[in-house]
Design a protein around this ligand. Structure first.
Ligand SMILES: [Zn+2]
Length: 59
């Protein structure tokens, strides 16, 4: 499961991996995951190693 944000519903929602339509490597460590929210709106998630490096707390 991945969490995606739908700007139309203005909420985050869970998307199963079988609902993912596209996965694009935008840049090294940056991955775009595309699908639809439960209401059918297009929703996109940006993830990848680059985001984890940014978001990981400094030890
Ligand atoms: Zn939606």
């Amino acid at each position: 499961m991945v969490v995606v944000y739908c700007p139309t519903c203005d909420r985050r929602t869970l998307m199963g991996l079988d609902e993912v339509e596209w996965v694009h490597n935008l840049a090294p460590g940056v991955i775009s995951v595309s699908g639809h929210c439960p209401q059918g709106h297009p929703a996109v998630l940006l993830t990848g190693a680059a985001f984890y490096r940014v978001c990981r707390p400094i030890p």
